[in-house]
Design a protein around this ligand. Structure first.
Ligand SMILES: Cc1cc2nc3c(=O)[nH]c(=O)nc-3n(C[C@H](O)[C@H](O)[C@H](O)COP(=O)(O)O)c2cc1C
Length: 186
């Protein structure tokens, strides 16, 4: 099977982040279908003035990586019922027209939280932001890891039901990328 290349980011900078652990588990579960490069989102605060004459090198590298990838995988916590600032900042760097690296990009989203909604509110906001940038978020992409302290430990995701759901979404994500590649060619 042909593998697709993904760029992945974690919306948490915390060393012991549940979301970064979840990201590693997703990479492991998708290893037969995807090669994944995790990119840092510790980027400068977005400022239009930084674009001219030269963008910061780490921003240029991040934009290039996303632009060249077959898909963009985001695994993130929810902060204050929305997108963590560090992740929103990274997406803002990706968003400028013309030629946004997100335009037409197949996107998969996942998140973990200790609460009972598993980042659902953040994911709704992310969908709005990605729609604004004409990215193609996978329909039916529902990975909300609730009560994550009981499901994720130092070795990753342990919850069988969540693992099965992620396997299903990864299968659909692979087909989603193929669908958009066929569309590009026709
Ligand atoms: C500033 C801040 C705001 C938060 N807001 C929410 C929230 O709105 N919903 C939620 O489920 N958890 C919220 N939390 C709790 C996080 O889900 C929890 O800290 C989680 O472990 C963060 O993800 P991480 O382990 O990947 O860093 C918040 C945490 C912080 C630090």
């Amino acid at each position: 099977m042909k593998k697709f290349n993904l760029v992945a980011v974690s919306g948490s900078l915390r060393k012991a982040s549940y979301n970064t652990a979840l990201l590693h588990s997703i990479i492991e579960l998708g290893r037969d279908r995807f090669d994944v490069s995790i990119q840092s989102i510790e980027l400068p605060l977005f400022n239009d003035d930084l674009i001219d004459p030269d963008e910061p090198e780490d921003v240029v590298a991040f934009k290039r990586a996303v632009s060249e990838a077959d898909g963009f995988l985001v695994v993130t916590p929810e902060y204050n019922h929305s997108i963590p600032g560090v992740l929103k900042n990274a997406i803002d760097w990706l968003s400028l027209e013309p030629g946004s690296p997100l335009g037409g990009k197949p996107v998969m989203i996942a998140g973990a939280s200790p609460g009972i909604l598993g980042t659902a509110r953040c994911q709704i906001h992310l969908r709005q932001v990605f729609a604004t940038n004409r990215a193609n978020v996978l329909p039916g992409n529902e990975i909300f890891i609730t009560q994550c302290k009981e499901k994720i430990d130092g070795e990753g995701l342990k919850d069988e039901k969540s693992i099965r759901q992620i396997e299903k979404v990864l299968f659909e994500y692979y087909n989603w990328i193929e669908f958009w590649k066929r569309n590009e060619k026709s």
